[in-house]
Design a protein. Sequence first.
Length: 191
Amino acid sequence: LYLDNTEYFITASTCNRQRVFLSDTRKELLRDMLRRKVEQYGLTLFAWVILMDHYHLLLRIAERAALQRFVKSLHGESAVSVNKEDGSPGRRVWYSYWDRCPRSERDFHTLFNYIHINPAKHGAVHISDQVARTEGGVWVFPKNAGGDLHDALATYPFSSYPHYTRQHGKDAMVNAWFDYPLVAHVEGDLS
């Protein structure tokens, strides 16, 4: 059941967590397709990140039917493209996708932060334990370390984080981590 004019948090992973989008070129391909599909389906994209084996989106759909069509189109076109490059026609690239609606403004902003911290969570950008760590399932950012984490995330080109940094500044982005702390979704969460 999808609703019109509603925000959704989307997670999609590759089949068997294959690192199909390991190279920057592959991530660029998916990023460019994502931008085209967002425009094609009339979606509003609030936050996004692309990693080697999954992506996260926070978006708003105007029409309920658009979400499934959008994902099907993005997954279909990207699969055909990477399979052609790899000489693997018909290979299943995407496993599935999961969606949920943010339950509150706080939940929306926490998901926004979760998307942006993902490159650090999965080692796509380097951070030390002194910069961020988890304690009891909660991400901990020492006050004096926010700048180092920000600097690492601001260099990751396959996320909306650099855009928001240019638009709102470093302090606003760092303060958002403290205003809307990240709680681990599930013990052993892989995405």
